[in-house]
Design a protein. Structure first.
Length: 255
């Protein structure tokens, strides 16, 4: 039987100002955005994001968007015309740990958020033509603050069949999922790479995904993951070359 890959279909996030956040996605990233009834809806490829206003939010969000494997250079040129790229030690392109087999660009998002475009080489998702907003294939990574990283990672593996990805969970950092969809479980106030002063948001977040085992799983006092079982072998951000999680005890790259 073919394995089911995790696909993030819907996110609900709190932001400081839904109008300015929606404007960023619509005007800077050329994505469909609508506002009504106190919420903004953003469509990023296969993922729908619902933005709600929350003034008590602490910290910032982190999201990564998958792009085609053959368009990293084009994505960088396209992005540089629209936003400021984030740097670390003078670099603005980042090769991940070997276990991830990926390469990333980070940039300033609305509300201080850390956004990322990522090429995941284990996916077969090349597209034709110059890079455009249609090559923003979907959100494949969501940062989530949890009360106890290792405990939540273990629960998701046993109850939801969502395994650790890339390396063994640390006390304050654990990617779980697969190449198509990942939750980045972190402790509160952990800086998001490549910055040292923008820390993880402890505000409520709700995530809907297609995955292996249907159910609703608590990620903390006000956050949850709801999984619907997808047909075996169903497409997400395109079929992966290999779904196997490859572990590294000493990763040289952290999201």
């Amino acid at each position: 039987m073919l394995a089911r890959n995790m696909k993030i279909t819907n996110l609900s996030l709190e932001v400081g100002d839904i109008a300015s956040t929606a404007r960023f996605f619509e005007q800077r990233l050329e994505l469909p955005a609508t506002i009504g009834n106190g919420v903004a809806i953003i469509e990023i490829g296969c993922t729908r994001i619902e933005l709600k206003e929350g003034n008590d939010r602490e910290g910032v969000h982190h999201l990564a968007i998958t792009i085609p494997t053959n368009k990293f250079a084009g994505a960088k040129r396209w992005l540089q015309k629209r936003v400021a790229l984030l740097k670390h030690d003078g670099a603005d392109e980042f090769e991940t740990a070997p276990s991830w087999n990926a390469r990333s660009l980070y940039f300033d998002g609305p509300d201080g958020s850390i956004l990322e475009l990522i090429v995941r080489r284990d996916l077969e998702n090349a597209t034709d033509g110059p890079f455009s907003s249609t090559d923003l294939l979907g959100v494949s990574e969501v940062g989530v603050v949890v009360p106890d990283v290792r405990t939540v990672a273990a629960m998701l593996e046993s109850d939801a069949l969502i395994p650790p990805y890339g390396w063994i969970p640390f006390h304050d950092f654990a990617p779980v999922g697969d190449v198509e969809g990942l939750l980045i479980l972190v402790g509160a106030n952990r800086p998001w790479f490549p910055t040292v002063d923008r820390v993880s948001s402890a505000s409520p977040i709700e995530i809907d995904a297609l995955g292996e085992r249907s159910g609703e799983y608590s990620l903390g006092p006000a956050s949850r993951l709801r999984v619907s079982a997808a047909p075996a072998g169903s497409g997400g951000l395109q079929s992966p070359v290999s779904r196997a999680a490859r572990f590294s005890a000493n990763p040289d790259f952290l999201s």
